[in-house]
Design a protein around this ligand. Sequence first.
Ligand code: IMP
Length: 192
Amino acid sequence: MTVLVVATGNPGKLKEMQAYLAGLEWELVLKPETLEVEETGATFAENACLKASQIALATGEWAIADDSGLEVEALDGAPGVYSARYGKTDTDRIERLLNELGNELNRDAQFVCVIAIARPDGTIALQAEGVCPGRILHSPRGSGGFGYDPIFYVPEQRLTFAEMSSDQKRLLSHRGKAFQALAPQLQQVSSQ
Ligand code: IMP
């Protein structure tokens, strides 16, 4: 088993990644608590690569990082890479987004997730992207999930992310799709 350092201090995220990558020849471990990487990139891909690369260099191990967020078409892609910094709490962020969108008829949006894997020397070995299209509701619905989940409606399922079971969201979500794209490539890297 090769060690793969996860660029997060959040044990929940580690667990989620372990579930997505179960059965592969990688041992996922949390990054050291003192190691922080600032998300200074202008795109999800830049931020994911930056985090993976810096954690790999600092630990001397393989590293995995993801960056994700919500892009709203009528807001020219905002909040985008600023999704986490759009307000102090999930409620503030949702309120700000709904205010900015107002009665706009075009409610099209998408969640995007980019995952990057860096080699111990900091170079990027793999990158995968997942996108989940949907629409922004006028008010929140559902109590599951986190972040913008209660206002993100997936028309095919007729449910918001906050109304889906975690298995359902795992299959459909931007993060799920990015991991589905990454897993076979990661399998190849570990068998080289
Ligand atoms: P990250 O942890 O830097 O990738 O920040 C992602 C931010 O985007 C989160 O803090 C949420 O605000 C938002 N976000 C990303 N994925 C989701 C999701 O699946 N549901 C709801 N909000 C999400």
